[in-house]
Design a protein around this ligand. Structure first.
Ligand SMILES: Nc1ncnc2c1ncn2[C@@H]1O[C@H](COP(=O)(O)OP(=O)(O)OP(=O)(O)O)[C@@H](O)[C@H]1O
Ligand SMILES: [Mg+2]
Length: 217
């Protein structure tokens, strides 16, 4: 089983949106997928899953609320891909989530208000012994190509990997999730392909994610 987690210090950076999209696309590709919603305070992905089931949208993915990453792992027998949708704020449990993950995705927007806490989270994970090679920044809620380029440069300068592409900031991504669908299921072709290429990069990183412990930390 591969485990991919989505973590951030800041709330609202697209952890849940990307976690759902990764799970849906991996399920579409034939994997048995489960999302562990670790945001016990909000459980937004549990609610989204209920909407998806009620609307009968395929492929179905299973979602379960768990207090800890370890608990999610214990309840995931027979699963090919476990996607952990992290809580709104990074805390001590974030290191525990990262420890059980083959890939830790760190979604961020382009402002310094988003980038600084994201890099701080990455720094605290590497300090706790998580190899930097296991971390992957993901750009989401981005306005322009120039904004994406500047954010990418900032993250690389800090010594971390960034997934290619970005998810633009668009109301359509909210609307589609209101229907119980994932951001890769949006109806506008350009937005769909932008979301799909980011999710593909996550799948690639996750499947090739059995890297050695020789991080750059
Ligand atoms: N690319 C986007 N464009 C526009 N809105 C977006 C985009 N991505 C996510 N959103 C919206 O932003 C809000 C926050 O996204 P999401 O819930 O995925 O973030 P999160 O990091 O999981 O938040 P939390 O920290 O509260 O768990 C949601 O209303 C979501 O629909
Ligand atoms: Mg969330």
């Amino acid at each position: 089983m591969a485990t991919v987690s989505f973590c951030s210090q800041k709330g609202g950076v697209s952890k849940s949106s990307l976690a759902r999209a990764l799970a849906v696309e991996a399920a579409r590709g034939g994997l048995t997928v489960k999302i562990g919603d670790l945001d016990v305070g909000q459980g937004t992905t549990v609610d989204w899953h209920r909407d998806r089931l009620a609307a009968g949208i395929e492929p179905a993915v299973s979602v379960q609320l768990h207090k800890t990453a370890k608990e999610a792992l214990r309840a995931s027998d027979g699963v090919d891909l476990l996607v952990l949708d992290g809580p709104a704020r990074a805390d001590k449990e974030t290191v525990e989530i990262a420890k059980v993950s083959d890939l830790v995705a760190l979604p961020t927007g382009a402002s310094l208000d988003d980038l600084r806490p994201a890099v701080r989270t990455a720094n605290s994970l590497t300090k706790a012994g998580i190899p930097a090679a296991r971390l992957l920044f993901v750009l989401s809620r981005i306005g322009t190509d120039a904004e994406a380029d500047a954010a990418r440069a900032y993250i690389k300068e800090a010594g971390y990997r960034v997934a290619p592409g970005y998810v633009p900031e668009r109301p359509a991504f909210r609307a589609i999730q209101n229907e119980g669908r994932a951001i890769t299921e949006v109806r506008y072709p350009q937005l769909k392909s932008a979301a799909e290429s980011v999710v593909e990069a996550l799948v690639d990183a996750a499947v090739g994610g059995e890297e050695s412990e020789e991080g750059t930390s």
